[in-house]
Each structure stands twice: as C-alpha cells, then as structure tokens.
Design a protein around this ligand. Sequence first.
Ligand code: IPE
Ligand code: IPE
Ligand code: MG
Length: 237
Amino acid sequence: MHLPNHVAVIMDGNGRWAKERFLPRTEGHRRGVATLRRIVEAARREGVKHLSVFAFSSENWNRPGDEVQTLMKFFVKALAQEAKPLLENGIRLHVVGDVAAFDGKLREAIAQAEQITAPASAMTLNVLMNYGGRWDIAQAARAAAAAGEPITEESIGKHLALSWAGPVDLMIRTGGEKRISNFILWQAAYAELWFSDVYWPQFGPEHLHEALEWYDGRERRFGKTSEQIQAGEGENA
Ligand code: IPE
Ligand code: IPE
Ligand code: MG
C-alpha cells in the first residue's frame, strides 16, 4: 500500500457525540482525548511518518469560558500522561501554534512533553493548538522578511510552523462537516481530502485504515494528465 507521508486530522464532533447522549460537551472532549491516543498508535502501526491533529483553533477561544477552561485542563493532563508512552512508541511530539497565548502551566507542560519525546524518531505527532492556517502563513512571511529573505514560495515554505513534516498528503475531517476551518492551508494545497460522518469519539483504527486504503487508490496528478502519470512521469507513479 502506498502510504501518505503526512496525515492531518480535524478532530471534530466531540460536542455532538456528547449531546446525542445527553452528556456535557466536555465529556465528548474527554472521550476525544482517548480516541486521539488510539489513533496515534494506529497511525504509527500503519507506518505514517507525520501525524498532525487539530486540537484547538485560534477561533475556539470564542467558545464558552468553561468549555475552554476544561479543554486547557485536559491538554495539561494529557501532555503529562502521554509523554513517556509516546517516547516508548518512538513518537516525537511537537505542539504547533501561537502557544504564547496559553497560561504558564500549559506552556510548561508543552515544553516538558516536547523535551521528553525529543529523542524519538519513528513518527512525529504534531498537535496544533491555538493554530490557524492564516496565522501560520503570516508568521512565516514575517520570519522570512526578518531574515532579509525575498518573499517567495520557497522562503515562506521554509518558515512555516510544520516545515519538518512536508506537504499534507491526506487530510481527514471527522464529524460530518465539509470545511477546512482555517486548519493547515499552505501545506494542504494538494492534499487528498477524506470526510467521515463518524464523530471523533467514535473514530477508530478501522476508520483510519479505511481512509488510508482510499488514499492508496487516488491518482495524484499534480496538474498532469492521467496518461502522463500512467506513463510513469508522475511523482508517485
Ligand atoms: C472538536 O469537536 C473539538 C474541538 C474543537 C476542541 P467539537 O467540540 O467542535 O464538536 P462539535 O462540532 O460541537 O460536535
Ligand atoms: C475545528 O473544529 C477545530 C478543531 C477541530 C480543533 P470546529 O468545530 O471548531 O470548526 P467549525 O468552527 O465548526 O468550523
Ligand atoms: Mg465542531
């Protein structure tokens, strides 16, 4: 099977999962953390090299204060609990986004988890928090300008937050919505898009596998014709 190198996931549907069960939205988020653990392990087993997940968008600050506070608590707890198991699984954690906006406790938990997992190299897990695709492009352009570089696709690409992971090959969104919601924009320019109606708390390794099999069947043309690709001129042929 031809695997995507970089998979990006919009983990959506926690709230609706909870609501359907007459549970508080935060219970959906708690389940969502458990799902993430299973999917990270599954992606590692499948052989994905870079997994980027959307945990908190720059727009999510607009949610009710108590929901935001609970999410922040879950982040601190999950970072503290998961760092060692991630390391043992060969998974290096990066938190990506405008983390300066978080309180000291969360920033400390992020720094610790990143430090603990730094020696791992089988897969990177990129958790996007207070991230927005537009923010990323703007900060990359500012960094290029500050380095005295010309504003080109190459220089912006080099300064993007996820530069080590390369282009997104497969983008998955759970929870039924068919939108990007200001997730990774630049690096997803040629991503294959997989939308699942399954709410994130119920998304399992079998659903990930289904998406990977679907990806394997895509013909990625990058602007060329199908005939060119089949004649072996394609990047992935
Ligand atoms: C995604 O689930 C998790 C976060 C945005 C943190 P939602 O909380 O958006 O779930 P729905 O879309 O309301 O069901
Ligand atoms: C996107 O989900 C953000 C995350 C999954 C963290 P949202 O549920 O916030 O997206 P919109 O606002 O409904 O598009
Ligand atoms: Mg949502």
